[in-house]
Design a protein around this ligand. Structure first.
Ligand SMILES: Nc1ncnc2c1ncn2[C@@H]1O[C@H](COP(=O)(O)OP(=O)(O)O)[C@@H](O)[C@H]1O
Ligand SMILES: [Mg+2]
Length: 254
């Protein structure tokens, strides 16, 4: 589904990503792990077009996308969540999820501008899809609440509903359980497993190794912007380079 080749990115002369290459197979969950500052969010930003890689190529279903802006990449079927929530606090939960259907919603807006028939029907269809997505994530009762009134865990679920509502080809999840308690973490893990069962292709940035080992088909390890390991979860977990760079350090600080 996605192929990265020698993706590199610098911030003010300092490398954040150096020659990162790996593939995300269709219908699989790829976990992206690595210590803080390894470049995980930067990579997600480059894939989603929020930022642009300065070197290397990114292909989505064989199509080069590394130079495209975020809007075009979203239109090609790449959806994401953010490590730091990005919801519209004053909008309702339902309207936040509707923003995940921007491409469809823009079409509906154009139809309304032109006063074409079919607007009502189109709008109703979009709302039904958004309500369905909220239902999937256990939030339909709060569809009309302002997003700002939700708990942190619920906001994380709204972001996931917004990412999945468009039935995207690839979903990028940046630390979906960070900051959540055990119950909320288990709940999100169930949602990720279910979306995986539904055949969604995902790139999951996650520190929770139990979750990674549970849901990932493939694990990619970044350290200081470099991909130091990539492969089967069990192999990666026992890779000495990974233990040294990541797990050892985690245990040392635990
Ligand atoms: N907008 C930015 N400007 C300058 N440096 C940045 C910016 N975003 C990230 N960085 C730097 O790039 C490196 C990778 O950061 P990031 O991708 O956020 O890591 P991770 O998500 O793995 O914790 C870090 O050294 C970070 O300080
Ligand atoms: Mg990050």
């Amino acid at each position: 589904m996605l192929e990265l080749r020698n993706v590199s990115k610098w911030f003010g002369g300092l490398p954040a990503l150096q020659d990162v290459s790996f593939r995300i197979p269709r219908g699989q969950v790829t976990a992206l792990i690595g210590p803080n500052g390894a470049g995980k969010s930067t990579l997600i930003n480059c894939i989603s077009g929020v930022d642009n890689a300065q070197a290397g190529s990114i292909r989505l279903a064989r199509r080069p996308v590394e130079a495209l802006p975020a809007h075009d990449i979203a239109a090609l079927g790449v959806a994401r969540t953010f490590q730091n929530l990005k919801l519209f606090g004053r909008l309702t939960v339902l309207d936040n999820v509707l923003t995940g259907l921007t491409v469809a919603a823009e079409r509906s807006f154009i139809i309304s501008m032109l006063r074409l028939p079919g607007l009502r029907h189109e709008e109703r269809q979009l709302r039904l899809r958004a309500l369905d997505a909220l239902d999937d994530f256990g939030l339909s009762r709060k569809a009309q609440w302002p997003a700002s009134a939700l708990s942190y865990g619920e906001k994380k679920r709204v972001e996931m509903a917004r990412a999945f509502v468009s039935d995207p080809r690839l979903v990028l999840l940046d630390e979906p359980v960070a900051g959540l308690n055990a119950d909320e973490t288990a709940r999100i893990a169930r949602h990720i497993r279910r979306q995986r069962g539904a055949g969604h292709t995902m790139l999951l940035v996650e520190h929770d190794m139990a979750l990674v080992m549970d849901v990932a088909d493939q694990v990619v390890v970044l350290d200081s912007g470099r991909c130091i390991a990539c492969g089967d979860p069990a192999d990666v977990r026992s890779n000495p380079l990974v233990l040294e760079a990541y797990l050892g350090r985690m245990e040392a600080t635990a």
